[in-house]
Design a protein around this ligand. Structure first.
Ligand code: G6P
Length: 613
């Protein structure tokens, strides 16, 4: 979704802002803009479309001179993508410029009030309301900081803001509420950004702004303020992400790079937590004492993280014998969940900022539940708000369609399941030992799935099936959950209509849609259910479907008798099998997308991190 970058220092701001924005392109956007302080003027350049349009318009930033500026990539919410609706927005007075992520919920009311005061609006955006509100109070008070404070006090909703004032040539004010914002420290220069990759090349020392916090800064002075307006010291944090982690590094796409990074990401997430044959969760309390009165576990998340939750239900119920339910975060709050202190709510989020997921976490806390978050981005809102947080160590994930974050979330679910099962005594010691052993081997197994031979096979099947109009992913038990994610990948990056169904449910409707040339991707990795899935494959084949089957090496021959194409993965414990079976599905979606000429890393209409409801 929208991205923010800001800079003040001695260097030319525009090229730095454009470079920063290019690192935020992955979040999804439809227009881009910058505002540079030049003399006593605020110079705005903005354009609908790709960032390249703005780069061409400004000669890669050279055409707009000045050493302080703010930049933005916009993902339309209020008003269509257009040059006028793009950020930054200026106040009528021309004194204030604003970039904004989030949504101002009372913008209608504020717009009416400001219109009555004689102010004019040119765009349909809520951000122009912010610019005029700050502009109005600046006109009244003549003080930039006071004006921002007064404006913010009247705004409802979520916002990360970067604000310039024409009369203060080197100063930026940034404010954060319910939308991420980080402050970056350089040598005599400072940055703001909505996301680490935007400034990673320039600095790895940052402070994360907390709810309601504000920072006013110029090259000589940085002042942080808390939500009450009191000045505060912020802790400096070091970002451990490697510099090249946010680069494509020789791969054609981030998605492909991140698929291949999965063995490393799994290793980084798992190995520090597997010691001497035990699962070790430092700093996390999930002791028998803690768990003894947990009546039910809820897993709450959006998108792929929700599908991890669906998998987790199978895994936790089987291993820990605690009733477990997966709930979409967007539904959670409005479903009147029956939740209290006897419930553990596990929140899963790569970004740690997804609006619905964050809201669900707050609701769970309000209801008195215990909360634990599985998050990738350190210091994110969800990581901070949950009672306990376990980080996935996937590194930065740039492609919109998640791959390595999904895999590492699942890995954490395995760690939690084994750990809790051992605490509760619901797992035989030999089974526990086997789990730990196999978890240790999982990164190596993932490497095997990514062998050149396998990848070539997947490329072949993608080239054979990319022209199909409809796909159905079918499987049973954990396979049915992994089908959801495989099918989502195909929809997201290849724009191919695709649905996922538990194989046993096919006959209750979807089979009526199977005809000549329908693609069915069947997962059959759960050995006790293998024959049943084969029977379902025969049913769809009899109706003309082309069937691609993913199964374990041991069952290859049996599967070959039924399916048109076979992809195999090594056999591990049935619950751990999804970690491997997702990989061919990710690659299949990727290569189908390439064959269909899709923009894999920036799929249409999608955003990496959905920070509005
Ligand atoms: C978006 C992304 C998905 C992601 C979902 C949840 O839809 O495109 O890849 O699974 O948000 O994001 P989160 O950051 O909360 O895991």
């Amino acid at each position: 979704m929208c991205g923010i970058v800001g800079y003040t220092g001695k260097r030319q701001a525009a090229p730095l802002l454009l470079a920063g924005l290019s690192k935020l392109e992955y979040r999804g956007y439809d227009s881009a803009g910058i505002c540079i302080h030049e003399g006593k003027q605020l110079q705005v350049a903005k354009a609908k479309g790709r960032l390249q349009v703005l780069c061409d318009q400004t000669n890669n930033g050279d055409a707009v001179k000045g050493t302080v500026g703010i930049g933005h990539t916009r993902w339309a919410t209020h008003g269509a993508p257009s040059d006028i609706n793009s950020h930054p927005h200026l106040s009528c007075s021309g004194k204030i410029a604003v970039v904004h992520n989030g949504i101002i919920e009372n913008e209608g009311k504020l717009r009416n009030k400001l219109t009555k005061l004689g102010l004019q609006f040119y765009s349909e955006t809520d951000t122009e309301v912010v610019a005029n509100l700050v502009g109005y109070y600046y006109g009244e008070t003549g003080d930039f900081l006071t004006a921002v404070r007064q404006a913010v006090a009247r705004m409802e909703g979520s916002y990360a803001l970067g604000i310039l004032c024409a009369d203060l040539p080197d100063t930026i004010i940034a404010v954060k509420k319910d939308s991420p914002l980080i402050f970056g420290y350089g040598e005599g220069e400072y940055f703001i950004a909505s996301d680490v990759p935007a400034i990673l090349k320039e600095t790895q020392t940052v402070s994360y702004l907390d709810e309601g916090e504000m920072v006013m800064f110029n090259p000589e002075r940085v002042q942080f303020f808390d939500a009450n307006g009191d000045e505060l010291e912020k802790k400096k944090e070091h970002i451990t992400w490697e510099l090249d982690a946010a680069e494509r590094g020789g791969y054609d796409h981030f998605m492909l790079k991140e698929i291949f990074e999965q063995p490393k990401a799994l290793r980084d997430t798992l190995s520090p937590r597997l010691k001497n044959g035990e699962v070790v969760l430092d700093g996390i309390d999930l002791s028998a004492e803690y768990l003894k009165d947990v009546r039910k576990i809820y897993l709450v998340a959006c998108g792929s993280a929700y599908y991890v939750s669906v998998l987790a239900k199978y895994i936790i119920e089987k291993t820990c014998r605690i009733p477990t339910e997966a709930v979409m975060a967007s539904e959670f709050r409005y479903a009147h969940p029956v939740i209290d202190e006897k419930n553990l709510v596990i929140i899963i989020s790569q970004s740690g900022e997804t609006a619905d997921t964050l809201a669900a976490l707050r609701e769970a806390k309000r209801l008195g539940a215990r909360t634990l978050a599985i998050v990738n981005v350190v210091g994110s809102a969800i990581a901070k708000a949950a009672d306990q947080t376990i980080y996935t160590w996937a590194g930065p994930e740039i492609a919109v369609a998640t791959t390595k974050a999904f895999s590492t979330q699942l890995a954490v679910v395995y760690l939690l399941a084994a750990y809790m099962a051992q605490q509760l005594g619901t797992m035989e010691p030999e089974i526990y030992a086997k789990w730990v052993q196999e978890l240790e081997k999982l990164p190596e197994m993932a490497e095997k799935v990514l062998s050149q031979e396998n990848v070539q096979k997947i490329q072949y099947y993608a080239s054979r099936y990319y022209g199909h109009h409809d796909a159905f992913y079918i499987g049973r038990n954990v396979d049915s959950a992994i089908c959801l994610e495989g099918s989502l990948k195909l929809k997201e990056v290849a724009y191919l209509h695709s649905e996922a169904y538990p194989a046993g449910e096919l006959k209750h409707g979807p089979i009526s849609l199977i005809e000549n040339g329908t693609l069915v991707v069947a997962l059959a990795t759960v050995q006790p259910l293998f024959d049943k899935t084969m029977a379902n494959i025969r049913e769809v084949k009899a109706r003309g479907a082309d069937v691609l089957c993913v199964t374990i090496e041991e069952m290859k021959e049996a599967a070959q008798e039924n399916a048109d194409g076979i992809l195999t993965i090594p056999q591990v414990l049935p619950e751990l099998q999804p970690s491997l079976s997702i990989i061919p599905l990710q690659l299949f979606a990727y290569y189908v997308a390439l064959n269909r000429g899709c923009d894999v890393d920036k799929p249409r209409n999608l955003a990496k991190s959905v920070t509005v409801e």
